[in-house]
Design a protein around this ligand. Structure first.
Ligand SMILES: NC(=O)c1ccc[n+]([C@@H]2O[C@H](COP(=O)([O-])OP(=O)(O)OC[C@H]3O[C@@H](n4cnc5c(N)ncnc54)[C@H](O)[C@@H]3O)[C@@H](O)[C@H]2O)c1
Length: 450
């Protein structure tokens, strides 16, 4: 096995071994392959100048990472809260042009593209305004705040021909890429069921973020921040903890489930909305006035494939998938994956024959061994495969893919259609929870139906 190079041929060899295999198992440890192309120097004429919209928790990280990618520069930043202008200048440079009005960035001919990390209820407007102004845009996940928003965003992006990349960085994960290789080579046999889960158990994980101390209607344009949502008096908790309310956020579905869904779509090569969703959940622990559930479990049909996703904000659990197939189990975690092949055939006489009278049982066992022992002895050794990653940041390659696409005009994987499909799974999970019954995606009317 070539270290750091898990080639197609090697996968096929393992697959062949697994298909005929006996019971012994061997572990193959692989080290990561660098996928990040950002070390490549860019000519000055190739420099991409982006405008940053939203410099909050996620936006500040995107901004800090983007400016370390060769050939990428931040030209200006927009945020409705002046404290974040200070932060943007701390991250980029003291003289960085800053504004409360993101449209000024869209009108600026020196800006090639936008990176946006605003709350979910602002995604539709920012994306539609950006592509309509001729700018490419990286917009954070979940792509949309509602199914209707997603439909409008797909239309606008397609009409404009601009590049839209959505920020579910699992799509650029090396672990998901390895899992995709395993699945696409048929090593799992028939796909039976996909499970995914993720859990947290602390106030920060449940979005109880501390608002900035100085926040006031003087340094924040609170009216604009609220967008089209029915207006409330100024409330710093809503500003910092908007995920708790459906008026602004999309709950655990849009915050966490979207990552599981996007990763699954990549691994299984799916690019469609689920056919059906049935959710259960509740506000079981964080009774702080929120209206979105802190426990949310959803059963989907993707075509005829059952998919079961579970999110919990009051029990810590690692982010995990269990992709179950007739030829084995693929377990995918944050720092690696393991594939355990399964023969799917009997390796010993049936225990049912314990119910036979002795002579019949002995006759059955004699015949069984006669027919199977030689075959089993010949079977190759099965290999279980482990792939482990050191601590790894998916965001940098995800941003690099975007800036490369802005330069090359080559399409991205997580485009507006992919982002829409992933977000629809989240909206269906929420709709099912609030309606208390199954929902379906109706492609003809482009709506979620009960
Ligand atoms: N990919 C990930 O792993 C990941 C992680 C965290 C957040 N996110 C996503 O990033 C987005 C932002 O989340 P966050 O936690 O950074 O939120 P945040 O509240 O910390 O920051 C959002 C910022 O956007 C600004 N803003 C709001 N409306 C604006 C407008 N119209 N014009 C200019 N600025 C505006 C706010 O003032 C605020 O500073 C969300 O969609 C969230 O789901 C993604």
């Amino acid at each position: 096995m070539t270290k750091g190079n898990f080639s197609r041929r090697e996968f096929l060899e393992m697959s062949a071994a697994a298909a005929g295999g006996s019971v012994a198992a061997r572990s193959v440890l692989l080290s990561p392959q660098p996928l990040d192309t950002s070390a490549r120097p860019a000519a000055p004429s190739d420099t991409i100048r982006f405008g940053m919209v939203g410099i909050g928790m996620q936006g500040s990280g995107l901004l800090g990472t983007s400016i370390t990618i060769p050939g990428v520069e931040c030209a200006a930043a927009a945020d409705l809260y002046d404290g974040r202008h200070t932060l943007a200048r701390e991250i980029v440079r003291p003289g960085l042009p800053v504004t409360r009005r993101y449209r000024e960035l869209l009108d600026n001919k020196d800006i090639d593209c936008i990176v946006a990390a605003v709350p979910d209820h602002w995604h539709r407007q920012v994306v539609i305004d950006a592509v309509s102004a001729g700018k490419d845009i990286y917009c954070e996940k979940p792509m949309s705040h509602s199914a209707a928003d997603g439909v409008a965003m797909v239309d606008a992006a397609k009409k404009s021909g601009r590049i839209v990349q959505i920020g579910s960085q699992r799509v650029s994960s090396q672990i998901c890429a390895k899992a995709k290789e395993i699945v696409s080579q048929g090593m799992l046999g028939d796909l039976m069921l996909v499970e995914g889960s993720m859990g947290r158990n602390d106030p920060n994980g449940a979005w109880q973020y501390p608002p900035p101390f100085d926040l006031s209607p003087q340094n924040l344009d609170w009216d604009t921040w609220q967008g089209n949502v029915p207006k409330r008096p100024f409330n710093p908790l809503v500003f910092a903890r908007w995920r708790c309310w459906k008026e602004y956020g999309t709950g655990v579905a849009g915050d966490l489930l979207v990552h599981l869904i996007s990763g699954m779509m990549v691994m299984l090569g799916i690019n469609e909305a689920p056919k059906q969703a049935s959710a259960v959940g509740g506000i079981r622990h964080w009774k702080d006035g929120r209206n979105m559930p802190d426990v949310h479990a959803v059963l989907y049909y993707y075509g005829d494939l059952p998919v079961y996703m579970r999110l919990n904000l009051a029990t810590e659990m690692p982010e995990t998938y269990r992709i179950q197939g007739s030829k084995g189990l693929l377990e995918v975690g944050e720092f690696g994956l393991s594939f355990t092949p399964q023969l799917g055939i009997d390796t010993s006489p049936s225990y049912y024959t314990g119910s036979f009278p002795r002579a019949m049982r002995e006759e059955y066992e004699r015949k069984w061994h006669q027919e199977n022992d030689a075959k089993l002895a010949k079977a190759a050794v099965q290999e279980s495969i482990s792939f482990r990653m050191p601590d790894y940041d998916d965001i940098r390659p995800h941003l690099t893919t975007y800036f490369d696409a802005v330069r090359s005009r080559k399409p991205v994987v997580e485009d507006v259609v992919f982002g829409h499909h992933a977000a629809l799974a989240c909206h269906m999970a929420n709709e099912s929870y609030f309606r208390g019954g199954s929902v379906k995606w109706d492609e003809a009317t482009k709506t979620i139906k009960g």
